[in-house]
Design a protein around this ligand. Structure first.
Ligand code: NDP
Length: 487
């Protein structure tokens, strides 16, 4: 059985408790994880605060910070296969996807390595002749970075990269489900040469470990990715320390297909949007909104694609859909699909849990037209597509926006003017036109409404990890004039 350790203040240890990690492909225990409790969290935050204000990190130039990030990027690239195998083993996410994603994670670190010495302050053209005034951009402080179980290396990179470029120090909390890759990544942080305390990586149970971290008085910013319910608890916790927050939450993203679209291409994108990562993706295009005149034709294509998907061991490069990460998640999916079918939705394909070990659920399509089905509203985080249809563009817009979420969306049409109208009218942080599920370190990412606030990726994300200090310098040798009049 593999044993993992937590990383605090530049050293590895076993944590205050231990817990088992389950292999989702078999349902069996495969590794033992360190459980961080309040005392471990406090040690980590204290180390991060010390590293922020004193020692080598505090004294480094931005260029030196960038060099450390470049080194980390190279190490991630060199160890991508090993990290991918760990993520696949611990979360069930297929190796085909984890290999490609982790190789790309290196590019996120490279992007922010290059940005480190381009985070500039400003000189202000102040309206007083005897003053020089400028803004310094300083790190916001100690950051609590919290990630969910899917794509932990990717979701931590979009926090660590900009925060380290900005000069912050961090305590990263991996999810208790599938923490192996992030705990293993800590060795690369150490090898890259980040001083002790700059990056601390631990895991533990959400309410205990997560609350201790988000309430901690020394935390200045909380970068959270997870579900909206947990986000509400995190925001309540931040009332204790008044930390700022950035929240990347869930979605129920619309995937709108007009009759003039290239249907083969749209079907490929829809398959990627809902069945890739076994649907465990925050941007899953889980609501297909298709023009009524092509609905049956499009569903026939989707049905044949879904039924041809290779389901199997996530460690097999040929597998296209693996298990869900937890049995808890599968139970939610089963309940909601069953309730939706009972409410009158029509099963197009899938829907039955196989009798194998492991947390498998098949690619599923449900036609929910004219039915009030729970699957249309609930984020299932699994391979389940709910289908609705429309007659007019107005109706397509209304259905697309009929959600409390607003993370991502897709529009498929060959009509350029219509594509632009849809881009303007859809309420979501990302609109993909004639494509889906594309990401880049250069492009900001984040949601509207219950999908959260703040953006990850791009220059603005690095600025979010800074705060400005306004500096006033009087340049006159004359005595200060009337002290009772504000200047
Ligand atoms: P959760 O919200 O359950 O958990 C997210 C993280 O928060 C985990 O590390 C969890 O720890 C921790 N946590 C739990 N309770 C607390 C608490 N009281 N205080 C602080 N931290 C806590 O999400 P899931 O793990 O179920 O992940 C799925 C969700 O994440 C979906 O809604 C999905 O859409 C969203 N997501 C959003 C993305 C985006 O970029 N917008 C990307 C990927 C996922 P533990 O796991 O140990 O309980």
């Amino acid at each position: 059985m593999r044993r993992f350790q937590q990383y605090i203040d530049g050293a590895f240890d076993d944590g205050s408790g231990r817990f088992d990690s389950i292999d989702p492909a078999t349902g069996a225990v495969w590794a033992e994880m360190p459980e961080a409790r309040e005392v471990d969290v406090d040690r980590a935050v204290t180390a991060a605060e010390r590293a922020l204000w004193s020692g080598p990190w505090a004294a480094m130039t931005a260029t030196q910070r960038g060099k450390l990030l470049y080194r980390l990027a190279d190490l991630v690239a060199a160890n991508a296969q090993e990290l991918a195998e760990l993520e696949t083993r611990d979360t069930g996410k297929i190796i085909r996807e984890t290999s490609a994603q982790i190789a790309y994670v290196a590019d996120y670190y490279r992007y922010y390595a290059g940005l480190a010495d381009k985070i500039e302050g400003a000189y202000l053209p102040i309206d007083k002749a005897d003053m020089d005034v400028w803004l310094r951009r300083e790190p916001v402080g100690v950051v609590a970075a919290i990630v969910p179980w899917n794509s932990q290396l990717f979701l931590s990179a979009v926090k660590l990269g900009p925060a380290l470029a900005a000069g912050c120090t961090l305590v990263v909390k991996a999810s208790e489900d599938g923490p192996a890759p992030l705990l293993a990544f800590a060795r690369l942080v150490q090898e890259a040469g980040f001083p002790a305390g700059v990056v601390n990586i631990l895991t533990g149970f959400g309410p205990a470990c997560g609350s201790a971290l988000t309430c901690h008085p020394k935390i200045a910013h909380i970068a959270f990715t997870g579900g909206p319910g947990t986000a509400a608890a995190v925001v309540r916790n931040s009332a204790e320390n008044l930390a700022s927050t950035s929240l990347e939450l869930g979605g129920k993203s619309p995937f709108v297909v007009f009759a003039d679209a290239d249907l083969e291409s749209a079907a490929n994108a829809q398959v990627s949007g809902i069945f890739a990562a076994t649907g465990q993706s925050c941007v899953a295009g889980s609501r297909l909104i298709v023009e009524a005149s092509i609905k049956e034709r499009f569903l026939a294509i989707l049905k044949s694609r879904a039924e041809a998907i290779r389901i199997g061991s996530p460690l097999d490069m040929a597998t296209e859909v693996g298990p869900l990460c937890t049995s808890r998640q599968r139970a939610l999916i089963e309940t909601v699909v069953e309730a939706s079918l009972k409410a009158g939705a029509r099963l197009v394909t899938g829907g039955a849990t196989p009798g194998t070990s492991g947390f498998y659920y098949p690619p599923t399509v449900i036609d929910c037209d004219g039915v009030s089905a729970a699957s249309v509203e609930t984020e299932l985080f699994g391979p389940v597509l709910s289908v609705l249809s429309f007659e007019t563009e107005e109706e397509a817009v209304r259905l697309a926006n009929d959600t409390r979420f607003g993370l991502a969306s897709g529009v498929f049409t060959t009509n350029l003017a219509r594509a632009h109208r849809m881009v303007k009218r859809i309420r979501a942080g990302v609109v993909w036109v004639n494509t889906y599920r594309a990401v880049s370190p250069i492009a900001p990412f984040g949601g509207f409404g219950q999908s959260g606030h703040g953006r990850e990726g791009g220059l603005a994300a690095a600025l979010d990890y800074t705060r400005t200090k306004t500096v006033w310098v009087r340049t006159s040798d004359d005595p200060i004039p009337d002290p009772f009049v504000m200047r």
